[in-house]
Design a protein around this ligand. Sequence first.
Ligand code: F58
Length: 836
Amino acid sequence: SVEASIPEPQREAWLKHKTHGFKDKDGFEREVVRHVETTLARSMFNCDESAAYSACSLAFRDRLILEWNRTQQRQTYNDSKRLYYLSLEFLMGRALDNAMLNVGQKDVAKAGLAELGFRIEDVIEQEHDAALGNGGLGRLAACFLDSLASLNYPAWGYGLRYRYGIFKQEIIDGYQVEVPDYWLDFNPWEFPRHDVTVDVQFYGYVHKTTDESGKAVARWEGGETVKAVAYDVPIPGYDTPTTNNLRLWSSKAASGEFDFQKFNSGDYESSVADQQRAETISAVLYPNDNLDRGKELRLKQQYFWVAASLYDIVRRFKKTKRAWREFPDQVAIQLNDTHPTLAIVELQRILIDLEGLEWDEAWNIVTNTFGYTNHTVLPEALEKWSVGLVQHLLPRHLQIIYDINLFFLQSVERAFPDDRDLLRRVSIIEESQPKMVRMAFLAIVGSHKVNGVAELHSDLIKTTIFKDFVAIFGPDKFTNVTNGVTPRRWLHQANPKLSELIASKTGDQEYLKDLSHLNKIELHLKDAAFRKEWAAIKHANKVRLAEHIKTTTGVEVNPSALFDVQVKRIHEYKRQQMNIFGVIHRYLTLKSLSPEERKKYQPRVSIFGGKAAPGYWMAKQIIHLINSVGAVVNNDKDIGDLLKVVFVEDYNVSKAEMIIPASDISEHISTAGTEASGTSNMKFVLNGGLIIGTCDGANIEITREIGENNIFLFGNLAEDVEDLRHSHTYGSHTIDPDLARVFEEIEKGTFGDSKDFAALITAVRDHGDYYLVSDDFHSYIETHALVDEAYKNQEEWITKCITSVARMGFFTSDRCINEYADGIWNIEPLAVEPAS
Ligand code: F58
């Protein structure tokens, strides 16, 4: 075994004093008290909820790190192939509740905390979300980490340790205001590894010379160096001892505190400035969702993180003393979008410049190592870097990119000798002014598999943006892995009562490990007590959300009304504007009715939440309109409980855990062909809510699984979008009459100064309605009427909800990870003894 490598007498001493972590309530309490009294230097007289949270987290962290150590030893000893998931975003949310549930000790902690005088819910609430991501892409990475550990795959995540995560959103006078999210004050979940550092080089020049054997070589010299310091975050699997690692890099000045030469020569200020400049690299997460702005600091972040991660991966591989050609048998690297694409170039550089491999041998290793996931077809989100910027920051990498492109274009020319235009179209270098490096093309050329995140999206990338590459590489290089979500966080943790009810019908909690077991609840569809319990849980979740809405916005909502929820990043393509126009339409309809007629209407609460990128003006206008409509509608005596409109401030992972279980219907209404997958759609259905949505992203596969009677689909299809847009520009564009009526009311000033909302109207009426709001409006309104009707028949509604949940097994991220493991990474789970 591993232990045999330590000499006998030493081994004995180590084993004798081995740490075990707490086993029961008493042990847990002992650890909490020890941390309060020593680590935190407090006592029972001044231990508040925040200190209780810290101590409780430290007690769990200690446990996790022991399993983390064992997991790493086991994986190293087994010499198994590992997956490295490179993502610039990990939207983890809170860790404590998740850790307690995954190691199966929440009951112990609850009882222990109670004895020490604390309610576990209050303690959990103390934790600040780890919000190192924007939205779907970052949260997907977090779900993947949970599944990888739960399925015992040897895998590491690599990311950046931002000092500021996504900003905190405040709503002031109806407008979004951004406040920095300084979250690192005290973070019990990370282990700083000041001994694990990497020097990362920037700028400088390339020196062409020859080595001892006379071979031409390139040396990257000069420039400046920044130090990457590793911070490790343990990732516990559910009901398994496997505890994987998420390694986040933090930037520091390479020369220690500050430059002593400058300091001694009296230039104190600039020596501190150098240090601050280095630390700036990992200071802040870029808050854009589906938009690329091409800022130099962003490229610096990308290379800093990629270079440190690859150095670490290569260092680990070299310890095995294997031949380089075995690298792809030991290492799989997944690129979460194009943000880490420089890793392809960096590995090629390491192999040819530092390890002396020939180009072809190195390139073969590189392409067999990487896989690339695309998350969008929106042109404004496809990354491009100007050649000049790459040249300046990474001169050697630019040369290698040019060589990769040259060899690639040569091969294309051989295969398609007469197609000059094809070469222009697929070139990694776009011959524009200025010239640009097309990162998605580089990622495709440097990977062995490219995948989209839902069937429609994977088809679209093959027929539109990457069409030429399918012709060049053949269709097998392109594949689909439909997204999934972890049922541990998104059912068991977010909706404990529903999880318990499901377990009582499936017989056990196995469904949390194999979500297909959910189908067993369909057998109980007619069980009256089960249905009653189901409805009661939904109601209780709505009461909890109503209380949150009351305390945060002052608006009182009736928990018996239909809760209609749209929570996600604010973006024109996601069409929150269409939703709020629909709400206005409903308001106008209600106003036009007699009090008697009104009473027949289904009462509704329209709930919105989500952040706008700080520089996305239109998205901010949408937020303002939602709040302005709320201010009018919520105070209209004619309307009362028939309609309320609320905007929940600062939507994040822990708010999602409260909001999603409380939804009756949620909106996934993107213009067809624009939302790659969506993942909250899966979370809502899993929690017994229905969907109103377009035929887009994963909505289509959700429909296939749960049945079209259980979802409210509307709107134009992706295949018709292009023609519709064309007709707006070149035909006569008439606005839907109901929508025109809504615009008229906004322009009358009913919701405040109409100038504030003019851009939202002209985008549809005068600027081509790119997102097809008017084209889809009629069917959207009609479908909402169907929702009202359906909701009136509560028995049928509950049947739809239970049936849908029963059929959601496909959308677990466990299925998704197994597909990646088999089809892309070629990795196997590492067997472990069941958790003690
Ligand atoms: C999202 N992308 C997709 N990007 O929009 C969504 O359909 C999909 O379900 C999800 O990925 C997971 O596959 C997304 O969240 C970003 O936030 C990027 C952040 C960095 C800049 C570019 C957009």
